[in-house]
Each structure stands twice: as structure tokens, then as C-alpha cells.
Design a protein around this ligand. Structure first.
Ligand code: NDP
Length: 369
């Protein structure tokens, strides 16, 4: 492909705008009307809590079901996304910029200034636009932070499924593609199965909604996490049985640590006496869990996520660094995030956090970091 046709492939068409708006409309409607557990979020500065309807799994299954029926009846092309990946990327990027400009204006005009939930305005336009002004903005009753992360995770799966359809169409379905697709499906379905755990994560409880988060959720997650799939469409990899087994082991260990650590923290927040690995938990200052994974490293959940990210890339072999973009990016992101979370916790928990640091000296990987 020459440079000018590559450039042309990024020009948004009405088709890509329609696909994106159709997807968001579906998510907005399905999220509002489908049944789901109503989960209370963390306490806000004024003592109130938001409630999140966790019906992501049902919304996803219904959407995939509708798309399969649509494809079967020839209304929808299974390769609709993979055929226009570049223009969907630029359309989503433009949408993110516009959405964050609107969020910025809404944040500046917010009437909440007198309450303890007042918007955070530094006066530095770039800063306020990048990091956001409001902690929990909503549109027509839909919590936008929860909505965008859901859209990103579902978008990732839809891109992957479309890439899979493309490899069927091109008759080049490989073991590597099957492995990559399988790991991602398990990870994404698991995310929606445990969607309520999301309500106690850093993004939801602490991060304001600005360009960084909107872009991260809508553009970064679906388009960069699927790089391995795009890469496998055009590259052939021969995996030995030993490599497949090793790859599955990395995935399983990563999954057990990632899910186990996040579950232990979530259970602890709901019930501080909940058993951890069959025993009553050790707690510091009545607030911080020192048992289970949280007694091994202060962010074992990040370690599990990093192993998972690696397992998504290993099916691509070692011939190119391109498929390793995601684990490398995640490593940088999680090291940075761990530092920010550490600063937030040190300020919030004061000497209790200091005691926790002494009890659990490792940040992410015991004996190394
Ligand atoms: P955590 O889920 O680790 O949440 C951190 C918060 O947990 C702290 O601010 C504190 O909040 C609480 N906490 C910390 N230590 C303890 C303890 N010992 N006992 C009890 N509570 C504690 O962080 P994230 O939200 O960043 O990550 C959640 C998951 O999402 C991780 O598995 C991560 O890997 C994944 N993730 C994935 C990304 C990706 O791009 N794939 C990006 C970001 C995250 P409090 O004030 O409530 O006590």
C-alpha cells in the first residue's frame, strides 16, 4: 500500500460514523434497560455513593447474538470492522477529542461548585482537558466513566471477532490466531462476569474523566490491545507444542494471580472478615489487607495482568517486537500507576500505609521490584 492510499484509509466515512454511533446507542440503551446487579460504588467526598448497574455481560452476549443473526441473514458483514480498521480508529479518535471538549465545557459550567463534590479546575486548560474536571460526569443518567470503559472492552472483543472472521475469509486461520483469540475472549468475558469489581478500581474511584481516560478507554484499549490479531492476519507463525503449553501456562498463572488478587481486595472491602485462602485475614489498622496476594506484593494484581498481557503476545512468536507493544506499554503504565496509587494511599492512610509498606516491601514482583 502506498503512502497516499494509507492516508486515505484513515479518512472517516459515514459508514464508520454510523457504526460507532450505532454501537454507543446500543450500549446506552442496553445498559439502561437490561437487568443487572445494582452495585454501590465507593463513598464520595460528600458521603453519598453512586450505584452502577452491572449488566455488561448480558449487553455483550445480546450484542454478539444480534450480530451473529444479522450476519447469518446477510444484514451485517462479519468483516465490517476489520475492513475499515483505520477509518474506525480515526473516527473514534475524533469522537474522543470532541467528547472531552464537551466534558471540559460541562465541567467548567458545573453548578456543583459549592458542594464537597466540586469540580477540580486548575485553570491550566491543557491540564484540565487532559486529566478532566469532574470525577463522575453523567449523560442522561448514564455514568460516562463506567460507560466508556465498557465500550472499550466490548470494542476490543468486536474488533477481535471481526479480525477472526477476516482470517476465516482469507483462509489463513492459524493456531496462533486461535490461541490469541481464545485468551482474549476469556479475559474479556471474565471482565464482564466480574464487572462489579470494576467499581472499586482506581479509574472509577479516583480518576477524573478527561482526554486521558476517554482516549484510553475508547481508542487505546480496543485498537492497541488488538494489534496481535491484526499482525497475525499478515504474518505466519509456527508454534511448537512446547511453546503452546508454555504459553497456556503463562496465561493460567497470570489469570489466577490477576483474578485472585482483585477478588480478595473486593471481598475484603465488602466484608473485612471474609476468609482469605481459607483463613481469617490479617489487617493493618483495620483498613489494609495483608493476607493472600496483598501480603506478597502491594500490587500483585498488576503482576497477574502483566503475565496475561505477555500471554496475548506469545502466540505471535519472537520474530517481531510489534505484537509485544501491549505488554511493554502495560508495564510502563502499571509502574507509573503504582507510583500514583502509592502516593494517593500514603496521603489517605498516613502511618497505616507506612506500616503496610514495612510489612509488604515489594511493589509488584517479589524480590525484584
Ligand atoms: P487496584 O485495584 O489495585 O486499586 C488500588 C486501590 O486499592 C488503592 O487506591 C486502595 O484504594 C486499595 N488498596 C490498595 N492496597 C490495599 C490493601 N492492601 N488492602 C485494601 N485495599 C487496598 O488498582 P487499579 O484500579 O489500578 O487496578 C485494577 C485492575 O485493573 C488491576 O488488575 C490492573 O492490572 C487492571 N488494569 C488494567 C489496565 C489495562 O490497561 N489492561 C489498566 C489499569 C488497570 P482505597 O482507597 O479504596 O483503599
Amino acid at each position: 500500500m502506498d503512502f497516499s492510499s494509507l492516508l486515505n484509509s484513515f479518512i472517516p466515512s459515514w459508514n464508520s460514523v454510523g457504526l460507532l454511533l450505532g454501537f454507543f446507542s446500543y450500549l446506552g440503551i442496553a445498559g439502561s434497560i437490561l437487568p443487572g446487579k445494582l452495585v454501590p460504588g465507593a463513598s464520595l467526598a460528600d458521603g453519598t455513593r453512586l450505584h452502577y448497574r452491572c449488566n455488561g455481560l448480558l449487553s455483550l452476549l445480546l450484542l454478539v447474538g444480534l450480530l451473529v443473526i444479522g450476519a447469518w441473514m446477510d444484514y451485517v458483514s462479519p468483516t465490517a470492522i476489520s475492513d475499515r480498521g483505520c477509518e474506525l480508529l480515526s473516527t473514534t479518535f475524533i469522537f474522543s477529542v470532541v467528547a472531552t471538549l464537551l466534558l471540559y465545557v460541562a465541567g467548567c459550567k458545573s453548578s456543583d461548585r459549592s458542594s464537597s463534590l466540586k469540580p477540580h479546575i486548575t485553570g491550566n486548560i491543557i491540564d484540565d482537558w487532559w486529566f478532566g474536571i469532574q470525577l463522575n460526569p453523567n449523560f442522561m443518567g448514564v455514568d460516562l466513566k463506567f460507560f466508556f470503559v465498557r465500550a472499550g472492552m466490548m470494542g476490543w472483543l468486536l474488533i477481535n471477532l471481526s479480525v477472526l472472521a477476516k482470517s476465516f475469509q482469507d483462509a489463513n486461520l492459524s493456531h496462533s490466531m486461535i490461541l490469541y483469540q481464545l485468551f482474549c475472549v476469556i479475559y474479556i468475558m471474565d471482565y464482564f462476569f466480574y464487572e462489579e469489581y470494576m467499581t472499586s478500581t482506581w479509574d472509577i474511584i479516583a480518576e477524573r474523566l478527561g482526554f486521558m481516560l476517554v482516549f484510553g478507554d475508547l481508542v487505546w484499549i480496543p485498537f492497541t490491545f488488538s494489534i496481535q490479531g491484526w499482525w497475525l492476519l499478515n504474518n505466519k507463525v509456527d508454534l511448537t507444542i512446547a511453546a503452546v503449553i508454555a504459553n497456556c501456562c503463562v496465561f493460567v498463572i497470570g489469570y489466577v494471580v490477576f483474578r485472585g488478587a482483585n477478588k480478595q481486595k473486593h471481598d475484603f472491602k465488602k466484608n473485612p472478615k471474609a476468609l482469605i485462602w481459607g483463613r481469617p485475614p490479617n489487617v493493618i489498622g483495620g483498613k489494609l489487607l495483608v493476607s493472600g496476594y496483598w501480603g506478597i506484593a502491594r500490587h500483585c494484581n498488576y503482576l497477574g495482568d502483566l503475565l496475561l498481557a505477555l500471554s496475548f503476545s506469545l502466540p505471535c512468536g519472537m520474530s517481531s517486537p510489534v505484537p509485544y507493544f501491549y505488554p511493554i506499554y502495560l508495564l510502563i503504565l502499571l509502574i507509573w500507576r503504582e507510583r500514583r496509587d502509592e502516593a494517593r494511599c500514603a496521603e489517605k492512610y498516613k502511618d497505616v500505609w507506612e506500616k503496610y509498606r514495612r510489612a509488604v516491601p515489594w511493589r509488584i514482583l517479589p524480590y525484584i521490584y
